[in-house]
Design a binder for this molecule. Sequence first.
Ligand code: R5P
Length: 294
Amino acid sequence: MADLEGNINAKDWGTDTPQRSWDFHIKGAGQLDFGMQHRLSRIFGADGHTAMLAFDHGYFQGPTSGLERIDLNIVPLAPYADALMATRGVLRSVIPASVDNALVLRSTGGPSILKELSNERVAMEMADAARIDAAAVAVQVFIGGEYETQSIANLNAQIDAGYRYGIPVLGVTAVGKELARDARYLGLATRIIAEFGAQLVKTYYVEEGFDQVVAGCPVPIIMAGGKKLPVIDALTMAFNAIDQGAAGVDMGRNIFQRSNPTAMIQAVRGIVHDGLAPAQALELYKELSNGAED
Ligand code: R5P
C-alpha cells in the first residue's frame, strides 16, 4: 500500500498569501509559453543580457582561422559564455554534452563561400533541435538579397516549427557585399524579422542610429561581432551596443582570433554583465593575458 502519511499531515496552505504571478523580463516575450520563456531564460540570464560565443562559421567558410580545432580552441572558452552558437555537426562531434551553456543551433545553410550566399534552405528539422536540447535555432535572413523571399520562407518555416516545440528562433540579418550596413537598412531588416515572429534578432552595430534600430525592434537585439578589430575597438563596440539597448552580443572572430581568447571573452563578459567601461575591460584583457594587446 502507498505511504499516505504526508497527505494526512498536509497543513501548510499559506491561505493568507495569494499565489504569485511571474513577470517575464525579456523584451517582447511576456506572452510566450513556458518552454519558450524557459529557453530564453537560459540564453539571457537574470539580468536580461547574454554573452554568446559564435563559432558556426564553418558551415559556409570551412575551417576559419581560430576554428581549426574547436576542441582545443573553443571548448575551453565555454565556461565564460552564456550561450554557444554552433552547428549540430560540431556540437555532436566536438562539444562535450556536459556543458551547461544555452545552445543556439545554426539551422539554415546551403551555399559555401564559392556560391551565392543568400540561396539558403532549412538545414535541420526542429525535432533534432529538441533532441540536442537547443535553446534556440538561428536562421539567416537576406533582406534585399537575391534570395530574400526564400530566406523569409526559411524563417517562417522554422518559426512555425519552433512554436510546435517551444524553441525560439534567432533571426540573423545577413548583410551581402552590395548592401549598405546602416541604421536604415538594419532597422528595416530587424523589424521584418521580428514581424514574422522571430523571438530574438541578431544584427550588426552601426555608429549612427543603433539605438533606433533597437527601439524599432519589438524583441531583443543581439549584436553580431563581425571581422576582427583592435581589442579596444571591439570592446567599445560591445559597450556601445549594450549601452544603446542591445540585450547582448554574439561574437566570434573578435574572440577566437585573439592571441588570448580566454582573456577576451572575460573582458566582453565584463561589459555585458558587469557594466565595465571599454577602458576597464581593456585593462582586464591585458591583466588576464599578461599585457597582450592583440
Ligand atoms: C553568422 O553568419 C556567422 O555564422 C556568425 O555566427 C556571426 O558572423 C558571428 O561571428 P563573428 O563575430 O565572427 O562575425
